[in-house]
Design a protein around this ligand. Structure first.
Ligand SMILES: [Zn+2]
Length: 362
């Protein structure tokens, strides 16, 4: 079977390869269906003495279950919807995603434009979805005359990404591996969906084009939106979540050397520190830096920062234009506060702005 896939893949033109990767997940299920049908025959042989109706019921049930577990579910999410937050603890993708998009658009002015969210039932189908996403990104960059890595290198790096991360937020596409994320606690599940939709909004702000925005700003802001949304859902209070991250960082700092924000700029910087330090020094620290920036300069400045890359792809100039302070000055200020352990909760005035505004749900 694999040989057939590989031969077929190599015969395809470049355009068709992307489609092929999307089809690949469906082809992947054929052996599973054959096994299922064989199993059903065995069941019906063993259940010979059962009434026909019972057997038909079992066959129907089995077909329904196999249909539910093997076909990826796709949701189209748009921030124009004014959705209601789902009931506390309910992991309903359609409702949750619509409510998140609504909060992102209304409260943070973030664009969620016809995003296709695919929920994959298995590791294999998720990997093929991720590879298709990578190849689409490669095509977009190529169309803009940007030099890109080879197709094989793209396939390899997006496959690696799919293995290390159970969710990917791309341009108008979000990919979720349900077999992994359905085991998350509800607050973490909600936060993850909002995190990925934020990456999708960041891509929308530059219309799918390239952006050399700092990684700590991209990840930190996705985390920030994630915590804000979790608060609105009644899943976890924002101020408490912020304090929890601070405590985790203080604890990790007692036995680890932390990177400066200057060392969390590129994709390779990020991967290296994630491998050596894990979440506290990377996601945790980036979230706090973004929280401080939003508290000081406002959410509009943050959204403006990401959209500026649609015009000029210059990280230092865009930081200065958006926040009215040089990147160097902010990083120095933040690193000094972080190393002295002085990133306290925001002052009273800021606290009022950041007070949880629960939309119901809990
Ligand atoms: Zn992320």
């Amino acid at each position: 079977m694999m040989i057939f896939y590989w031969t077929a893949y190599n015969d395809f033109s470049k355009e068709r390869r992307i489609d092929f990767y999307e089809q690949f997940s469906v082809l992947n299920y054929i052996p599973q269906f054959v096994t299922r049908i064989a199993n059903l025959r065995l069941i019906s042989v063993r259940l010979r003495h059962f009434p026909t109706r019972t057997i038909l019921f079992l066959v129907g049930l089995s077909a329904t279950v196999s249909g539910c577990t093997t076909v990826p579910e796709v949701f189209t999410i748009s921030s124009t919807s004014d959705a209601v937050v789902p009931a506390y603890g309910r992991k309903d993708y359609g409702h949750a995603l619509a409510a998140i998009a609504s909060i992102m658009s209304r409260d943070f002015n973030l664009p969620v434009v016809d995003v296709l969210v695919t929920v994959y039932p298995s590791k294999a189908s998720y990997e093929s979805g991720a590879i298709a996403e990578g190849l689409r990104q490669r095509e977009r960059l190529q169309q803009r005359g940007i030099k890109v890595l080879s197709e094989e290198e793209y396939i390899q790096s997006w496959k690696t990404l799919a293995v290390s991360s159970p969710a990917i937020g791309g341009y108008r596409n979000v990919h979720l591996e349900n077999s992994r994320i359905s085991t998350y606690r509800w607050d973490a599940w909600v936060k993850l969906l909002a995190h990925e939709l934020t990456h999708s909004a960041q891509s929308e702000l530059v219309r799918g084009g390239p952006s050399s925005s700092d990684r700590w700003l991209r990840e930190g802001f996705a985390e920030w939106v994630g915590f804000k949304v979790a608060d609105k859902f009644g899943a976890e209070n924002f101020a408490e979540a912020r304090q929890r991250v601070l405590d985790r960082i203080a604890n990790a700092r007692s036995y680890q050397t932390f990177p400066s924000l200057n060392q969390l700029v590129t994709a390779s910087d990020w991967t290296t520190w994630m491998r050596t330090l894990g979440g506290a020094g990377t996601y945790g620290q980036s979230f706090l830096a973004v929280a401080v920036l939003v508290e000081e300069k406002g959410i509009e400045a943050m959204v403006r920062y990401f959209s500026l890359f649609g015009k000029v792809n210059n990280r230092e100039a865009n930081f200065l234009t958006a926040f009215g302070e040089t990147l160097r000055s902010f990083v120095e200020r933040f690193d000094k506060r972080a190393t002295s352990g002085a990133i306290d909760p925001p002052d009273k005035a800021t606290k009022e702005i950041l007070a949880p505004q629960t939309l119901g749900g809990k």
